[in-house]
Write a protein that binds this ligand. Structure first.
Ligand SMILES: Nc1nc2c(ncn2[C@@H]2O[C@H](COP(=O)(O)OP(=O)(O)OP(=O)(O)O)[C@@H](O)[C@H]2O)c(=O)[nH]1
Ligand SMILES: [Mg+2]
Length: 462
């Protein structure tokens, strides 16, 4: 039997201790294997296993008859299963030894161990999902925030695929007209004029542009952003850091120069995964250890996506504050005037010339005042400053973005060719190329190597 259709098995839940662990079997022998292994509570063979029913019973070793575990068995017959094969799932106790023994018992009955992502690959090969939907499954599993989950689920339900299909249809129509004019140059085909053809090509370019733009913005939700807290010593950077990450991670004291090293932690701010970075207070110092800390702070500030310049609102602005603000002029971010629970000494108007257009916000790391607004501004900046898109993004990974960029490039070439006197057969080559790239997203033109690479990223059992 071909490798694509034989019966495969894997433990589909993480290996460790859990209330339940699932062993999944898929292929033409899946139901026959289940019937050999499964016993009902009175010890009879699993002949009773019915499609779509959940049966309680036990799993035994078909060679030795050894009792392995009690389990629930679910039978999902082809073609109404994830892989479109016959599928059986055994829900057993979630322990490593139990699940490994059940797995071995299924293999003894003739199944083979599934490769990473092989269940999903079968669903793709059977036409149940396209390649972008298969990739969305990894994104759903890996989603660390609710926003990332929603975006990945939208793709699983075909958001990216349907947008790509719309563009593809338009491009295909364009190609049909151009190829008709090549094949039957003298016939009076109801051909579109050059202007109409150019407009269609331009529409494809602008649709692709839009998709790339929306796709890029998903980076923020997939990979997150880094936010560095910068300021002179003792202004409350570490206090604000602890407030943002929701734990006492950094040491806070009233001694200026407390933080010497870079401290970072991940948190979720308004749905965006954020790496918050606390740094040493920036000042000129003779202490060699502190100096290294200040150097590291400058380095972090340079690399971060966003900055929060922290100022102590309970005293007047000083030259060190101004220097730091000026140093951060080009970096998107916020000026947080901290310690607003104390009597304000700071003249905010004096900050404006140095802020580089950043929002100035009063906060208190001690009472939490203004922190919610600070988080909202950071989340908004993450989406708009970094990706330039404020509307709903579409999840697209690097591979998909590259394919969209390539399709766009080919359509730009085609548009240019249509508006000049380039022969139609050369224009058709560009359009074929655009179609090739669009089909790479849905998987219609994906090579075996590419599929191998994509599915190898999956965990075993998915
Ligand atoms: N009243 C008040 N005190 C604060 C606030 N934030 C920080 N502090 C106090 O300010 C002092 C310095 O706080 P840190 O968070 O250590 O300041 P830092 O900027 O990390 O200082 P360095 O690590 O030395 O650069 C501590 O005594 C904090 O308790 C605040 O919002 N209100
Ligand atoms: Mg500190």
């Amino acid at each position: 039997m071909s490798k694509d259709r034989d019966t495969i098995v894997a433990i589909s839940t993480p290996l460790g201790e859990g209330a339940i662990g699932i062993v999944r079997v898929s292929g033409s022998s899946a139901i026959a294997i289940a019937r050999r292994l499964f016993r009902d509570p009175s010890g009879r063979h699993g002949r009773e296993l019915k499609p779509w029913g959940v049966r309680y019973g036990s799993i035994v070793d078909c060679e030795t008859g050894e009792y392995i575990d009690e389990a629930l068995a679910v039978v999902m017959p082809a073609p109404y299963s994830f892989t479109r094969d016959d599928v059986v799932e055994f829900s057993c106790h979630g322990g490593v030894a139990v699940l490994t023994r059940v797995l071995e018992a299924v293999i003894k009955c003739g199944a083979r161990l599934a490769e990473p992502g092989e269940f999903t690959k079968r669903a793709f090969l059977a036409g149940r999902i396209d390649l972008s939907q298969a990739e969305a499954i990894i994104d759903v599993i890996r989603a660390k925030t609710d926003s990332a989950r929603k975006l990945a689920l939208a793709n699983l339900r075909g958001e990216l695929s349907s947008r790509v299909s719309c563009i593809r249809e338009n491009v295909l129509m364009l190609l049909a007209h151009i190829e008709a004019s090549i094949d039957f140059p003298d016939e009076d085909i109801e051909a579109l004029g050059t202007r109409d053809l150019t407009q269609r090509a331009q529409k494809a370019v602008s649709d692709l542009n839009e998709l790339v733009r929306l796709g890029r913005s998903s980076r923020v939700y997939r990979d997150g952003v880094s936010v560095v807290l910068a300021g002179r010593p003792n202004v409350g950077k570490s206090s604000l850091f602890n407030t943002l990450v929701g734990k006492k991670r950094a040491i806070v004291t009233e001694v200026p120069g407390t933080t010497r090293d870079v401290i970072d932690d991940w948190t979720t701010i308004k749905g965006v995964p954020v790496r918050v970075v606390d740094t040493a207070g920036m000042r000129k110092t003779r202490d060699p250890i502190e100096r290294l800390g200040v150097e590291a702070a400058n380095e972090q500030a340079g690399e971060a996506d966003l900055v929060v310049v922290v100022i102590d609102g309970s005293c007047q602005i000083c030259d060190e504050d101004r220097d730091i603000l000026l140093q951060m002029t080009d970096k998107p971010g916020v000026v947080a005037v901290n310690k607003c629970d104390l009597k304000t000494e700071l003249d905010e108007a004096g900050l404006i010339p140095y802020g580089g257009g950043k929002r100035i916000l009063r906060v208190s790391a001690k009472t939490g005042e203004g922190v919610d607004e600070l988080e909202q501004i950071l989340a908004d900046l993450a989406v708009t400053e970094i990706t330039g898109v404020s509307e709903n993004p579409i999840m697209a990974n690097l591979r998909q973005l590259e394919a969209l960029e390539n399709a766009k490039h080919s359509m730009e070439e085609a548009t240019h060719a249509l508006s000049t006197s380039v022969p139609p057969d050369l224009t058709a080559i560009d359009i074929h190329e655009a179609l090739f790239w669009l089909d790479q997203i849905t998987g219609q033109s994906a090579s075996d190597d590419l599929m191998e690479k994509i599915f190898s990223e999956f965990c075993i059992g998915k």
